[in-house]
Design a protein around this ligand. Structure first.
Ligand code: PLP
Length: 402
């Protein structure tokens, strides 16, 4: 059965080059990077090479890159680390309503500990207004955390402007760049960020490994306590194969950045235009211009998202819903709700996210499959039938009057 993977914002396939780079460190070069013998030195050299590769991808110094277990840990470490180190009696944090749960739930946990948090709203396009961020700042604000690109709708946030505001007010600025990395250029100097989170598995690297950029001089408390690894920033024996994989993924991403972005954007646009042309009552969620080249989030009126994903999966196509299943109930996505989408619209929204290995044939296959799936799901939807009848009746009434 033919299978097409259009869920690259969830995770990406491992690049063969990454796998080859990791292999020796899973087999022969198994040393602990902290050991002083030959085995340890081999591992240490590999970790430091990866640090160079990651530093180059984001424009950082070597000493500013700390390896972690992924995006979630990097986000938690940045947020808790800054707040816990802050010398302010009642610290305040500014973030946005559309952050990934790794940030949002960290902020909510801080609130339970008495920290106040402002969740800046977004407009219908899903883009944060820097002026709103500025207005949210208080004398006790110790951190601003705004994601670089949204994982559900792909919108890119105006980090440069927010970075300037943060600097003017002498407030630390963190960005969750997990989805931006490898898709658009990311430069910590240009963006003006003090902390940045990234994750290997979103850029054709392995799962369970990531990194943090921490600007020189930034004062933060570590999340974990243990040995003196990673300059006392993050204890624990280094995940050498994972770190090597992240390094190689970073190198590949940087080398092919522009070409991949163009290629993927052309495929994404072809998919999106094809759907909008051939399927009625479909709309794009979020700002269609200010977004990642690989992401398309579409609302299919009167189509139940979960049913759509299952039906597409049965045809061999993997995509995802704009909803999360929590405690047995399908909750509308907080991102789509923040955009002003109704719960029904959010539950009818589907995310297609492309990657470097998708081909024109994949898109042709998706376009050949999708309209019939939508039609079938709508044909069994009483709400769709009622809506169609309503439209027909309205047309008849209008026709009668004319
Ligand atoms: N931040 C964003 C924007 C993400 O999309 C994800 C993963 O979905 C994460 C953080 C978490 O990263 P990880 O899966 O490496 O913990």
């Amino acid at each position: 059965m033919r299978r097409v993977y259009l869920d690259n914002n969830a995770t990406t396939p491992l690049a063969p080059e990454v796998f080859e780079a990791m292999k020796p460190y899973l087999l022969d070069d198994y040393g602990n990077a902290s050991s002083i013998h030959w085995y340890g030195q081999r591992a240490r050299n590999a970790v430091e090479k990866a640090r160079q590769q990651v530093a180059k991808l984001v424009g950082a110094r070597l000493s500013e890159v700390t390896f972690t277990s992924g995006g979630t840990e990097s986000d938690n470490a940045a947020i808790f680390g800054i707040v816990q180190a802050a010398r302010v009696a009642a610290p305040h944090v500014v973030t946005t309503a559309i952050e990934h749960h790794a940030v949002l739930h960290s902020a909510q946990a801080l609130e339970k500990r008495g920290v106040s948090v402002t969740y800046v709203r977004v407009g219908a396009g899903g883009v944060v207004d820097p002026e709103e961020v500025k207005r949210a700042i208080r004398p006790e604000t110790v951190l601003i955390s705004v994601m670089h690109a949204n994982n559900e709708i792909g919108t890119i946030q105006p980090l440069e402007e927010i970075g300037k505001i943060a600097r003017e007010h002498d407030i630390y600025f963190h960005t969750d760049a997990v989805q931006a990395m490898g898709k658009i250029p990311v430069d910590v100097e240009k963006l003006g960020v003090d902390l940045l989170s990234l994750s290997a598995h979103k850029l054709n690297g392995p799962k369970g490994v990531g990194a943090m950029y921490i600007r020189k001089g930034t004062i933060l408390k570590p999340l974990l306590y243990g040995g003196h690894h990673e300059r006392d920033r993050r204890p624990g024996t280094e995940n050498v194969p994972g770190i090597v994989g992240l390094g190689m993924a970073a190198e590949l991403a940087l080398a092919g950045l522009e070409e991949n972005a163009q290629q993927v954007a052309a495929l994404r646009d072809r998919l999106e235009c094809g759907i909008l042309e051939h399927v009625p009552r479909v709309s794009v969620n979020g700002d269609a211009k200010r977004r990642l080249p690989n992401t398309s989030n579409l609302c299919f009126d009167f189509v139940e998202g979960e049913g759509f994903v299952i039906a597409m999966d049965l045809k061999g196509i993997a995509c995802s819903t704009g909803a999360a299943c929590s405690s047995g109930a399908v909750e509308p996505s907080h991102v789509l709700s923040a955009l002003g989408r109704t719960p029904d619209q959010a539950r009818s929204s589907i995310r297609f996210s492309l990657g470097r290995y998708n081909t024109a044939d994949d898109i042709n296959f998706a376009l050949a499959t999708l309209p019939a799936v939508v039609e079938r799901l709508r044909s069994v939807s009483p709400r769709w039938t009622a809506a169609i009848q309503g439209t027909e009746n309205r047309e008849q009434r209008t026709g009668n009057r004319e």
